[in-house]
Design a protein around this ligand. Structure first.
Ligand code: NAD
Length: 533
């Protein structure tokens, strides 16, 4: 009898292997973390832009192919509204083709049963290739969705590489368990790959969100079909091509660009997909659960929206640092961040001093060409997002909040979807812009008197993704952290993390976790084999 231990998973809390610590300080410096990799100048990025060719077809079974319908959609650069590519618009016919290829590949065992050490070597080779192409990948995402090139070079690319290498390193360190049965039996608890895994991702961190999911899914031996967002599909297509170059067998990693309701829905309803992992809005997350129920009850892992609170207590000693932190927490990536702290709660006694520092910090976020390494804030991803965020700003004005900075932006055709940081004070929980996720650079400032009130306000949200606390009282930090209904809590910082810690939320923010061993658990199945001796 052959028993494979290839996909066993170690106990929780197994040691740290690799990490890339992304700290607030690093973000503020906007410097690449990888020492030795030089940031290009604006002119050099422009020169590189003139040389690269962006992929535009679907990637199925190791080949670029047009959508079977021949349909395409326009991929627009939000900085100047120019056309980057006409990208294959996949639908259920392409989904069927990709699922068949992925299923056949999985069954063949060419990847799912490959010795873990060999799988690991291919993933490491892939990571090396991605690193060789890191400037190209950074550039593609900046052109595609408008995020600053300094963030791409400093955060998205190194974080994605670390995630891939960390996941690759896990493969040959995954052990199973032997249950403490009576001596006449032997019970093995093993972890096995799932089969064909569908992954659906959003546009705000195109490469990073993709990597957080595909790296552990592929490492665990699954075949993957990725549907990247129609707003930023290009880097996913490029890395698929590089996976083949690294030696990943055809059909293991497939990429289907397309709209949610065509490609995404067809994947979510497909009977040959046993697991679906999603990052995106809570609205679509809910629909995916329904699609799973309507089809084969596939397992659905959801990393969804957020409306994170930031609490600043009166014992916070460094108001300036906290104000800078609060600005970073909402204006990073134009506010297009799931964990953006869009609700800021200040103890009433520090409000005045805090607002002066907050406005100073916010004014440093000047929207500009994201290809300039000095730029901290690029344009909104597209006109729809620009209009949506503008609508929230107007609603805050209509609801009576006090506008402290920014306001409803003016759109000039052909000049990009730029928007200034916007701050409102005197906000309250009856206002729509305080309750709903905006996904843009808009901050609501409110006050509180007591710790209990701060916790109650923070928890008064359907979301529960991240939360930040600024305090110099260690007991308070622990006390408040325990009571916050949130998957992640940062104390005296915001957004920090590395591959070793899980990322995800509670309530309408979802049920899954990316990164760390917990991500690998999502992409493996537990099997109990009971043997009578
Ligand atoms: P979205 O939900 O509109 O789209 C996400 C993906 O789902 C896209 O690929 C889209 O094409 C697809 N999709 C849309 N409709 C679908 C359908 N009916 N069936 C199947 N797939 C469908 O989200 P978005 O606008 O791309 O991204 C922004 C959202 O993502 C925000 O809510 C943000 O908070 C969230 N987000 C969450 C995390 C996290 O880790 N929790 C991280 C990043 C972004």
């Amino acid at each position: 009898m052959a028993i494979s231990y290839a996909n066993h998973i170690p106990p929780k809390g197994y040691g740290v292997l690799l990490s890339c610590s992304v700290s607030l300080e690093d973000k503020e410096k906007n410097e690449p973390f990888k020492k030795g990799h030089k940031m290009k100048t604006y002119q050099e990025w422009q020169a590189l832009r003139a040389t690269i060719k962006v992929p535009y077809n679907a990637y199925i079974n190791g080949q670029f192919v047009a959508a079977q319908s021949g349909d395409t959609f326009d991929c627009i650069n939000p900085t100047d509204e120019s056309l980057l590519a006409k990208v294959a618009s996949c639908d259920s016919a392409d989904v069927d083709l990709a699922v068949a290829a992925a299923k056949q590949t999985f069954k063949s065992g060419i990847w799912s049963e490959l010795a873990p050490g060999k799988r690991k070597r291919i993933l490491h080779k892939w990571a090396d290739l991605l690193e060789q192409h890191q400037d190209e990948l950074a550039l593609i995402d900046t052109l595609d969705m408008g995020k600053s090139i300094s963030e791409m070079v400093g955060i998205d690319v190194p974080d994605s590489l670390d995630c891939l290498r960390w996941s690759a390193e896990c493969i040959d360190k995954l052990y199973g368990e032997i249950a403490p049965t009576n001596p006449q039996n032997l019970a093995l608890i093993s972890r096995e790959p799932l089969g064909v895994v569908a992954i659906i991702t959003p546009w705000n961190y195109p490469l990073m969100m993709v990597m957080w999911k595909i790296a552990p899914a592929l490492a665990a031996g699954n075949s993957v079909i990725l549907k990247p967002s129609e707003k930023s599909p290009l880097s996913a297509l490029r890395i698929a091509q590089l996976a083949t170059e690294a030696g990943m067998p055809d059909g293991v990693f497939n990429v289907l660009p397309g709209f949610g309701h065509t490609a995404g829905k067809a994947l979510a309803l497909h009977y040959d997909i046993g697991t679906l992992a999603f990052t995106g809005s809570s609205r679509v997350a809910g629909m995916l659960m329904q699609y799973a129920g309507q089809s084969n009850m596939k397992r659905v892992w959801l990393e969804a929206g957020g409306k994170s609170p930031c609490l600043v207590f009166d014992d916070c000693k460094d108001i300036k640092a906290a104000a800078k932190g609060a600005a970073t927490a909402i204006f990073t990536n134009q506010g297009e961040v799931c964990i953006a702290c869009s609700r800021l709660y200040l103890h009433s006694s520090i409000k005045e001093e805090f607002m002066v520092e907050l406005l100073k910090a916010a004014r440093e976020y000047v929207p500009a060409d994201p290809l300039d390494p000095a730029t901290k804030m690029g344009p909104m991803v597209d006109k729809a997002q620009f209009d949506n965020v503008s609508g929230f700003i107007q609603s805050a004005i209509d609801d009576g909040a006090t506008l402290e900075l920014g306001g409803v932006p003016e759109y000039q055709q052909g000049k990009g979807f730029f928007m200034n940081p916007t701050i409102f004070s005197d906000a309250d929980h009856s206002m729509r812009f305080v309750q709903e996720e905006i996904f843009g650079p808009v901050l609501a400032v409110m006050t509180f008197e007591t710790e209990d009130e701060a916790i109650e306000l923070a928890n008064d949200s359907k979301y529960g993704l991240g939360a930040a606390i600024w305090t110099n009282d260690l007991s308070r930090a622990h006390r408040v952290s325990r009571k916050l209904e949130s998957g992640m809590v940062w104390v005296n910082t915001w957004g920090d993390g590395d591959t070793t810690v899980p990322f995800g939320g509670v309530k309408a923010s979802g049920n899954g976790r990316d990164k760390s061993w917990h991500a690998l658990e999502k992409y493996t199945e537990i099997k109990n084999t009971w043997i009578r001796l």
